[in-house]
Design a protein around this ligand. Structure first.
Ligand SMILES: *[C@@H]1O[C@H](CO)[C@@H](O)[C@H](O)[C@H]1NC(C)=O
Ligand SMILES: *[C@@H]1O[C@H](CO)[C@@H](O)[C@H](O)[C@H]1NC(C)=O
Length: 419
């Protein structure tokens, strides 16, 4: 659930020149700033959030905003160079580009706005919400806080195949709450090259604090996009690896960025920039790679109100907010402001893909003497799940603490592995 996206400046027409009919997401800059903000307050924890989802939620607010409320969002998200309203068309286009082939993966972007009963939405606002965001709007009575919380949580659960629950609680609402924006994103994809479960085994993962934990490590040798990069200085810890693993259909992929074993992820994180994401994507080359990747599950609830304020979006959370375009009567809009904005994201990475879709690809492992590059994610790494055509960032995060398993897990000991 939640609430908000990226900016490719002038795209240099090199290898990355996109076809004219492919929309391009411009919210990368903003996404990376969000990541850095979360990293600053995130200590040694895992991070997972959906930049695209944040962009969509902010887009919905923007539709109803005027004056400085509107200007702050446009500026912070990176729409200043757009013509008026062009960002809505972009957001709709990048959303559509994600929802094309249901056979390959499932993405549910569910947006909804809940407004206090008695305050009437403007019909123009509702029309635009539908047109650009396929979003519903409902009125609820926030003074019935427990019932509202339950209703919203059920709505979110309904739209995320029950992976996201308890997004809000009764104490998030009171008789002064006027508006709540909910945005849920759910993704399930299968790897183009799946891992064979029998090759998964327990393995030590070294955390950045030096301690070691036992986790389930998947293994395969397959064709992936791979590259080694360095920013030329020693600051980022020298050479690091980038592995891009496509999901079925190849429109979406997970990019994993791994520093050298002895280099903490915190050393690499500061160099992450939107241009760098493009650079990685444009320079990885298809080749055979040996991949060791933990099975992992990351989940995080983010207070977007705090986070967005740090990025300069403040006005909509104050009494000075101008959300008057949401309501039919201008007077009704005068006391509207966003009281609460949270995002909860969940991502599970398994042998079959993200979020365990069915299907079993048999991939033959051939023993060979040729030594391929090896990506051994047995220490913290950064990842993004992006649309390879539009650059949209569906998820961004890092794994600092993988799931810890009992090293004597029966299932694994019985697996016969030919690593
Ligand atoms: C979105 O797609 C429509 C139809 O293809 C196109 O006319 C419009 O220019 C696109 N908007 C943006 C901002 O790219
Ligand atoms: C959730 O889904 C159930 C079953 O389809 C439906 O009856 C219910 O109205 C939905 N609730 C919300 C809040 O969307």
């Amino acid at each position: 659930m939640l609430v908000l996206s990226l900016v490719p400046l002038l795209l240099l027409c090199e290898s990355s020149c996109r076809a004219a009919d492919v929309p391009e997401d411009v919210t990368a800059e903003f996404s990376v700033r969000l990541y850095h903000q979360l990293q600053m307050v995130g200590g040694e924890d895992n991070i997972i959030f959906s930049p695209l989802s944040v962009a969509l939620a902010l887009g919905m607010v923007e539709l109803g905003a005027r004056g400085s409320s509107l200007q702050e969002i446009r500026q912070a998200v990176g729409y200043s160079h757009f013509r008026e309203d062009e960002e809505f068309s972009m957001l709709r286009n990048v959303t559509q580009a994600l929802s094309v082939d249901e056979a390959q993966y499932i993405i549910r972007l569910a947006n909804s706005l809940f407004l206090q009963t008695g305050v009437h939405f403007s019909s123009e606002f509702l029309r635009l919400m539908k047109q650009y965001f396929h979003a519903d709007a409902e009125t609820v009575d926030f003074s019935e806080s427990a019932a509202v919380a339950q209703h919203i949580n059920t709505w979110v659960q309904n739209h995320t195949e029950s992976k996201i629950y308890d997004l809000v609680s009764a104490d998030d609402f009171s008789s002064v709450t006027r508006i709540t924006l909910v945005n849920a994103v759910y993704f399930r994809g299968s790897w183009k090259n799946q891992f064979r479960p029998e090759n998964t085994r327990t393995f030590s993962f070294s955390k950045d604090d030096g301690s070691e934990v036992q986790t389930l490590m998947m293994y395969q040798q397959g064709d992936f996009y791979y590259g080694e990069f360095s920013d030329g200085s020693a600051e980022a810890g020298g050479v690091y690896q980038v592995l891009e693993m496509p999901y079925e259909g190849e429109d979406l992929s997970m990019m994993i960025v791994l520093p050298r074993q002895e280099v903490p992820l915190a050393t690499l994180e500061p160099i992450i920039r939107p241009q760098l994401l493009d650079e990685w994507a444009n320079n990885v080359k298809k080749q055979k790679v040996e991949v060791y990747l933990p099975r992992f599950k990351v989940e995080q609830k983010i207070d977007l109100k705090d986070t967005l304020q740090q990025l300069g979006i403040k006005n909509i959370f104050t009494k000075d907010a101008d959300l008057s375009a949401m309501t039919a009567e201008r007077a009704d809009g005068s006391d509207l402001f966003i009281g609460k904005a949270v995002q909860k994201s969940y991502l599970e990475v398994t042998e079959e893909g993200a979020e365990g879709a069915a299907g079993s690809g048999m991939i033959a492992l051939t023993r060979t003497l040729v030594l391929y590059p090896q990506v051994m994610a047995d220490h913290p790494f950064f990842f993004v799940i992006r649309n390879r055509r539009t650059g949209s960032l569906l998820f961004m995060g890092r794994v600092m603490n993988p799931e810890v398993v009992d090293p004597f897990d029966q299932d694994l000991d019985s697996a016969d592995t030919q690593v």
